[in-house]
Structures are given as C-alpha cells and as structure tokens.
Design a protein around this ligand. Structure first.
Ligand SMILES: [Zn+2]
Ligand SMILES: [Zn+2]
Length: 89
C-alpha cells in the first residue's frame, strides 16, 4: 500500500521492484505477477514476492491469519531467502 508521506522509490528501487513482481510467490509458488511485500517499510531491497493470497488474504495471508505461512513453517526471512535466490542468476 502506498501511503501519502512515503517517499517514492528511486529508479534503482523501481527496477528491483519490477523484477520481484515477475517472480512466483515465495511461499506457495503461485505463478506471477506477484505483489512486492516490504518486510520493512521503504526498504525495497528486502522486499518479498508474494501472491495475493499469501500476502493480503485474510486467512492465508501475511497481513491476515498467516495460515499459508504456518503450514510451511515460514516467516518473512525464509520468504526473502526464496525471493533473493530466484533473483540471482
Ligand atoms: Zn502464495
Ligand atoms: Zn505486505
């Protein structure tokens, strides 16, 4: 979500965000385009590729009851590791 007083991503950050969005979901492997979830607000280089269900789904999602995450025993850093691996040629 884009809040008003959040500073706009730099050109480099935008390129990174676009690459993250092309990846499959880092939790359930659902094909992209994915959402780009920021583990820490404004820190785009530690953002994670997530499908809508694993991201904002009220039951499965990280911003909900995190069931998809619990089933796989994953946290945000585990998902980040998957995203980074997939971005690495
Ligand atoms: Zn997913
Ligand atoms: Zn998010």
């Amino acid at each position: 979500m884009q809040s008003k007083n959040k500073k706009a991503p730099t050109a480099k950050e935008k390129r990174h965000i676009e690459r993250v969005k092309e990846l499959p979901c880092s939790v359930c492997d659902e094909q992209g385009p994915s959402d780009c979830h920021e583990i820490k607000q404004g820190q785009w280089f530690t953002s994670v590729a997530l499908c809508q269900s694993c991201h904002t789904g009220s039951l499965m999602g990280l911003h909900g009851q995190k069931r998809a995450w619990a089933i796989r025993k994953m946290d945000e850093l585990d998902a980040l590791a998957v995203t980074v691996e997939r971005l690495t040629p």
